[in-house]
Write a protein that binds this ligand. Structure first.
Ligand SMILES: [Zn+2]
Length: 96
């Protein structure tokens, strides 16, 4: 089975409403942070606070090598595509 090393990006945002840490993970083919910094993320805190934020607004952002099976990779890419599609429906954002 084919598989490969991707880069797992972990972004920690802080809820403006309650200061709770909100973690987002993203798998990309890039180690550098800039492409993920430019992406939009939809934050939804249990306290009720919601916001669309850019990756660069994260309190912490790091990337690490992550080995993924082809199955996991295709599933995660599917989830990301669904998320982008949902964002598109919600915001009409055509930037991606
Ligand atoms: Zn909150």
């Amino acid at each position: 089975m084919a598989s490969g090393v991707e880069y797992l990006h972990v972004l920690i945002f802080e809820c403006v409403g309650c200061s709770r840490p909100l973690a987002v993970i993203r798998v990309t083919g890039f180690r550098n942070l800039e492409p993920t910094d430019g992406e939009w993320f939809s934050l939804d805190c249990p306290c009720g606070w919601q916001k669309e934020v850019h990756g660069f607004e994260a309190r912490r952002h790091w990337a690490t090598e992550w080995w993924l099976s082809e199955t996991a990779l295709s599933m995660m890419l599917c989830e990301q595509l669904n998320l982008q599609f949902t964002n598109y429906l919600l915001t009409g954002d055509r930037s991606e």
